[in-house]
Design a protein around this ligand. Structure first.
Ligand code: ADP
Ligand code: MG
Length: 219
C-alpha cells in the first residue's frame, strides 16, 4: 500500500531522511520510533506529500510527487504541530466536509469521544494545543482514510483522551494502514504490529512487534 524507495531529504547541511526504503502492506500498523531529530516527522511528511524528497513515495502504486491529489485521497494525517489557521472551527470543519465528502457530525462525534466540547465559533488557532490535537485527530478518524498517518498524536492529550484516541484507532478497518510516530514507544505498543526505528534519518530496526523488544529501550 505504501512503498518508499531511497527517500532522502536534506535541509542545508542536515540530512533529515537518509535513503529510506520501506514497504507497508494493507493491515499493517507501524510504530515509527526514534529519538528527537531522528527524522520521523520528515518521513511522515514525505508520505503525506508535504515535503519534496529525492527517491519515490508510492501510495497504492501512485507517485505522491507526480499525482498528489490522486495518491493522497486515501490518506489522513495528524500533524505533530497544527497549522495556525485563522478561520473559526466551524468553517474549518465545513471545508473539511466539502473536501472529504463526509458529514461534519462524524467529526463532532469523534471530538466528543476525545473529550472536546463544542468549539464551533472559536478561531482554530486560538484552541489550546490539546484541543487542536483532538480536533485534528477527530478529522483524521472521521475521514475513514485507508492510510492514517499520526505524528505524536497524543503528545498533548490527557490520559483519558489518549485512551479514547487509541480505542478509536483500534476500531478502524483491519485492512487499513496505521503509521504512528512516537518518541515514546510504550505509548502505542498495544496498537501496532511492526516497529520501524529511525536513527539519524536511517532505518536501523524493522521488526514485528513481538520481536521488537530491543527497540523499546532505545526509543
Ligand atoms: N523544515 C526544516 N528546516 C530545517 N531543518 C529541519 C526541518 N525539518 C526538520 N529539520 C531537521 O531535520 C532533522 C529531523 O527532524 P524531524 O524529522 O522533525 O525529526 P523527529 O520528528 O524524529 O524529531 C532535525 O535535525 C531537524 O532539525
Ligand atoms: Mg517529530
Amino acid at each position: 500500500m505504501i512503498r518508499l524507495s531511497q527517500v532522502c531529504k536534506r535541509f542545508g547541511a542536515v540530512t533529515a531522511v537518509d535513503g529510506v526504503s520501506l514497504t507497508i502492506d494493507p493491515g499493517e500498523r507501524v510504530a515509527l520510533v526514534g529519538t528527537n531529530g531522528s527524522g520521523k516527522t520528515t518521513l511522515l511528511r514525505a508520505m503525506a506529500g508535504l515535503v519534496r524528497t529525492e527517491g519515490t513515495v508510492l501510495i497504492n502504486g501512485i507517485d505522491v510527487a507526480k499525482e498528489p491529489e490522486k495518491a493522497l485521497r486515501c490518506v489522513a494525517y495528524v500533524p505533530q504541530l497544527a497549522p495556525p489557521i485563522d478561520a473559526p472551527v466551524g468553517e474549518v470543519l465545513r471545508t473539511w466536509s466539502a473536501l472529504r465528502g463526509r458529514p461534519v457530525k462524524v467529526v463532532l462525534d469523534y471530538a466528543a469521544r476525545l473529550g472536546l466540547a463544542s468549539v464551533d465559533g472559536v478561531r482554530f488557532r486560538d484552541l489550546s494545543g490539546g484541543m487542536k490535537q483532538k480536533l485534528m485527530a477527530a478529522m483524521a478518524l472521521a475521514s475513514e482514510a485507508e492510510v492514517l498517518l499520526c505524528d505524536e498524536p497524543t503528545a498533548n492529550l490527557d490520559t483519558v483522551s489518549r485512551r479514547a484516541f487509541f480505542e478509536a484507532v483500534d476500531e478502524r478497518r483491519s485492512t487499513g494502514v496505521l503509521i504512528l510516530c512516537s518518541h515514546r514507544a510504550d505509548d502505542a505498543w498495544h496498537l501496532v504490529n511492526r516497529v520501524v526505528q529511525l536513527s539519524e534519518g536511517k532505518v536501523v530496526g524493522d521488526a514485528p512487534v513481538v520481536e521488537a523488544t530491543a527497540c523499546r529501550s532505545v526509543a
